[in-house]
Design a protein around this ligand. Structure first.
Ligand SMILES: *Cc1c(COP(=O)(O)O)cnc(C)c1O
Length: 209
C-alpha cells in the first residue's frame, strides 16, 4: 500500500496547540481561514522551516496575494481565475505553490468546487501556469453513514484523477478523507487525509453561511 500523508487540520485551534502538535512530530497543518492562518504563522515563525502550511478552505480573489506569499499548498482551487492570480503572485524566490483542484464530487448545490465535467479543461490550464505545480484533486464528499456509501464519492474522485493522468497530466495527490470518513478515503486511495477533530478534539460550532 502507498503511504498516506496526514495533514493536521488546526483551524480554530490556537498557535500553542499547533506548537504542541509539532513537538509530537506533526509538521503539516491545514487551515481554512486565511487571516487566522497568517496570525498562527506569525506566532510560529521560529518553526517556519520545519512546517508546511496548507490552505483547505474557500479562497476569494482578494486574498490570493497573501496566500501565494505565505502558504505551501492550496487544496481549494475551484476556478482558473484564482489559479492564474496565485501563479502571478507567487514570489519568485519560493518554490511553486502546490495545488489541488477542489471538485464538487457529490454534486451538492451549496458546495464549492468544480463540477466533475469542468475538471479536465481546468486542470490542463492550471498545469501550464509557471508559479504553480498542480498535484491532484481534493473533495469534501457529502456525509454518509455506511462505509460503502462513504466509499462511492471517494472512488469517483479517484477515477477522475486516473482520467487526468491518462490525459498526460503528472498528478500524484488525492486529498480526501476527514475524521468521519477517513477509512473510506484511504481504501479508495487517498494520499493526503485532512484530519482535525481526531487530532485536536472537537471544535466549537461556527456559524456557516
Ligand atoms: C475542518 C476540515 C477538515 C477536518 O475535519 P475533521 O472532521 O475535524 O477531521 C478537513 N477538510 C476540510 C476542508 C475542513 O474544512
Amino acid at each position: 500500500m502507498e503511504s498516506v500523508t496526514l495533514l493536521a487540520v488546526s483551524k480554530t485551534f490556537p498557535a500553542p496547540a499547533v506548537r504542541e502538535a509539532v513537538a509530537c512530530g506533526l509538521h503539516r497543518f491545514g487551515e481554512n481561514y486565511v487571516q487566522e492562518a497568517l496570525d498562527k504563522m506569525e506566532a510560529l515563525a521560529d518553526l517556519r522551516d520545519r512546517l508546511e502550511w496548507h490552505l483547505i478552505g474557500p479562497l476569494q480573489s482578494n486574498k490570493t496575494r497573501v496566500v501565494a506569499e505565505h502558504f505551501d499548498w492550496v487544496h481549494s482551487v475551484d476556478r482558473l481565475k484564482i489559479a492564474e492570480r496565485l501563479s502571478a503572485q507567487r514570489p519568485s524566490h519560493l518554490p511553486p505553490l502546490q495545488i489541488c483542484l477542489q471538485v464538487n464530487i457529490s454534486g451538492e448545490a451549496s458546495k464549492s468546487g468544480l463540477n466533475p465535467d469542468e475538471v479536465a479543461a481546468t486542470a490542463q490550464a492550471v498545469a501550464a501556469l509557471p508559479g504553480l505545480r498542480l498535484r491532484g484533486l481534493m473533495a469534501i464528499p457529502e456525509p454518509a453513514e455506511t462505509l460503502p456509501a462513504q466509499r462511492q464519492p471517494h472512488a469517483a474522485l479517484r477515477r477522475l484523477l486516473e482520467q487526468l493522468r491518462a490525459q498526460g497530466l503528472a498528478l500524484d495527490t488525492l486529498s480526501m478523507g476527514m475524521t468521519a470518513d477517513l477509512e473510506a478515503a484511504v481504501l479508495e486511495g487517498a494520499t493526503i487525509v485532512r484530519v482535525g477533530t481526531a487530532i485536536f478534539g472537537s471544535r466549537p460550532p461556527v456559524p456557516r453561511g
